[in-house]
Design a protein around this ligand. Sequence first.
Ligand code: EPS
Length: 378
Amino acid sequence: MLKYMSAGESHGQALVSIIEGIPSGLSLTHADINAELARRKLGFGRGARMKIENDKAKILSGVRFGYTIGSPVSLLIENKDWPNWQEMMAVDSGKSAAVTTPRPGHADLAGVLKHQSGDIRNVLERSSARSTASLVAIGAIAKKLLSAFGISIVSEVKSIGEVSCTCGQIKDIAKVDSSPVRCQDDNASKEMVKAIEKAAKEGQSLGGTFEVAIFGLPAGLGNYSSFERRLDGKICGAIASIPAIKGVEIGKGFELASLKGSCAHDEIFYDKNKGYHHKTNNAGGLEGGMTNGETLLITAAMKPIPTLGNPLKSVDIITKEQTLAFKERADVCAVPAAAVIAEAAVGLVLAEAFLEKFGGDSLGETKRNFDSYIKTTI
Ligand code: EPS
């Protein structure tokens, strides 16, 4: 129902993406997409590259006079760094020394083995997290669709390296976005910045954790009837597909394993105004592969970025000699950006589940179906 695809190398000419299946009549402007792209660039710890890029999407199709028209929406984000890479990334003929010493933790080694290539650049250009700009751009459209139904998606950084914050659920997204590390807790933010500065000086990189919260979801999105249709799997899959993400939890996640059943599950209540509801949300808004009407809560863990100023041991893929991994310009920490990227990834999964449930070629039709479902709840 909702299909999307992207292409583009990190230092190529541009990133392109297409999303098909967005109903007609959705208000959509360049500003909607560019605001999300700007949020992805936020965050202390990014490298020099982010100062070069300005990440503005050009809508090439599917939108007319500020509204979607039901045809595929295609987007183009130019790489401002391209003029510096024309020779090394030329489409026809060019020249560049091969990259031959893979970075531990990166796609480099598995990628060259897969493609039987002698130049890691052919792998790293697309496995680079640069591609997440496309994900955020099409995710912005998914988020805009969901927002037409009162559904909002926010995120917050919970830890960087060994520094954790103690803030509860996100209250004020503007405050989160104004923190240099996208964390509401001012003291923790300062400590996180210091930890990143220290890592940079030591030629290290840092990972961390973040939470994504989705408000306003109706119960019943997703499906319990087949493994592949369960929303838990789709959400975990989408977030774990973001470069460097190594762990995903829904609700209390791993903590639930040590609780007794009576403490783990969220009891069910009913009143005329609220309808069915729970007073706790250990399940994180998902039960049986479906949304249960509560806030959807996801926590993810990002490993430290593999490109190190002080590189680890590696092997030259041509000479087979023991050496050090190659190093090039890189970010020290990208956890604040990863949280924004996760909002987009979840937005796409939820928009797909939403359209699967409510359908509709035009937004008006989707709204009628949605309203009728909400009104006729048992
Ligand atoms: C990345 C390395 C850095 C990052 C890049 C991901 O880029 P460069 O090699 O040009 O310095 O800044 O991230 C982005 C460009 C981006 O838009 O997020 C990598 O090796 O994955």
